[in-house]
Design a protein around this ligand. Structure first.
Ligand code: NAD
Ligand code: LMR
Length: 333
């Protein structure tokens, strides 16, 4: 049974995420690392009567390395969150260095682990992980995931509301592709199941798209300086981690959008390059998960003219974010 590690475990996302992982019977070991407060979180969680044995680490005495030893899945919500008026890219200055150092520790201690990146800006932090892993000769695109599940969770919720039955949210599926910030988030509403009503107005579609793209801002504004989404993110992060863990355990046919390096499947993301008409390096697309990580990247499928325009609008920002992340490592080499 696998060992899961949370880096940034004492934070706004880290604590509820660690709770959800502790409550799961999919793992037997839960290892928590943060630069502060890990002992308290561990003492608290360790009283819960579930199989996972919880251990906690702080930086002294090789805490990070000890936390990562034998890891199968590493989930990373370490880093600073947004305040009102900030973009996710504004977090790069602080978070890029944090994730670079965590990536180095993973590369040297648990290079075969599945790495699930939550820290923003995801469009850039995932390329940082990839470049650090490349430098250490351990990059495997099938095992590195940017967690975009919160966009999918929001899309399910908002589409169900528009369909007049919020309670049906768990049964709604909507592919959300591209990246994880503003216009790079592209919901393919035409592929919603159950479908949106045929007479849904263009204005309504635009409103819904905008709400999914900027859902994070709603929470940042409501928290009024106290951070960004934590509870919904913990839920979404756990959902994605459970899918990865189930696939690791041999379950077949598990599909979820995730932000990956497009070399992760056998044809190098060719299907997505063809659909987009350009060779973007990283993209959030529906991926089929297996015991070795990404088994297959699925095509985006049929998109409307409106969705095609959204994809075209997403690519310049996404490509800029990718270059910024990659060069943070390669330019320093
Ligand atoms: P938070 O400030 O509440 O928690 C962050 C935690 O990271 C803190 O406990 C802090 O001590 C820890 N930390 C800082 N540096 C560290 C290091 N070097 N090693 C280990 N831990 C370290 O923030 P939060 O609300 O939990 O958000 C965390 C990150 O997740 C932010 O970057 C935020 O933008 C991002 N986020 C991403 C998504 C997504 O959909 N991918 C959603 C919400 C938030
Ligand atoms: C989100 O989508 O809620 C997160 O990326 C946090 C943020 O900064 O909005």
């Amino acid at each position: 049974m696998p060992k899961a590690v949370v880096l940034g475990a004492a934070g706004g996302i880290g604590q509820p995420l660690s709770l959800l992982l502790k409550a799961s019977h999919l793992i037997t070991e839960l290892s928590l690392f943060d630069i502060v407060n890990t002992p308290g979180v561990v003492a608290d969680l360790s009283h819960i009567a579930t199989p996972a044995q919880v251990t906690g680490y702080l930086p002294p005495n090789d805490g990070l390395v000890n936390a990562l030893k034998g890891a199968d899945v590493v989930v990373i919500p370490a880093g600073v969150p947004r305040k009102p008026g900030m973009t996710r890219d504004d977090l790069f200055r602080i978070n890029a260095g944090i994730v670079r150092d965590l990536a180095k520790a993973i590369a040297t201690t648990s290079p075969k682990a599945f790495v699930l990146v939550i820290s923003n800006p995801v469009n850039s932090t995932v390329p940082i992980f990839a470049e650090v892993f490349r430098e250490h000769g351990v990059f495997d695109a099938r095992r590195l995931f940017g967690v975009t599940t919160l966009d999918v969770v929001r899309a399910q919720t908002f589409v169900a509301e528009v369909q007049g039955d919020g309670r049906n949210a768990p049964n709604v599926t909507v592919p959300v592709v591209g990246g994880h910030s503003g216009v790079t988030i592209v919901p393919l509403l035409s592929q919603s199941q159950p479908p949106l009503a045929a007479n849904t107005s263009e204005e309504k579609l635009k409103e819904l798209t905008h709400r999914i793209q900027f859902g994070g801002d709603e929470v940042v504004k409501a928290k009024d300086g106290a951070g960004s989404a934590t509870l919904s993110m913990a839920y979404a992060g756990a959902e994605f981690a459970f899918k990865v863990l189930r696939a690791l355990g041999g379950e077949k046919g598990i599909i979820s959008p995730s932000y990956v390096h497009l070399s992760a499947d056998a044809n190098g993301g060719g299907v997505i390059h063809k659909e987009l008409g350009r060779p973007v390096e990283y993209f959030s697309a529906p991926v089929e998960l297996g015991p070795n990580g990404v088994e297959r990247i699925l095509p985006l499928g049929k998109v409307t003219a409106y969705e095609k325009a959204l994809l075209e609008a997403a690519l310049p920002e996404l490509e800029g974010n990718i270059t910024k992340g990659s060069e943070f490592i390669t330019a320093a080499a």
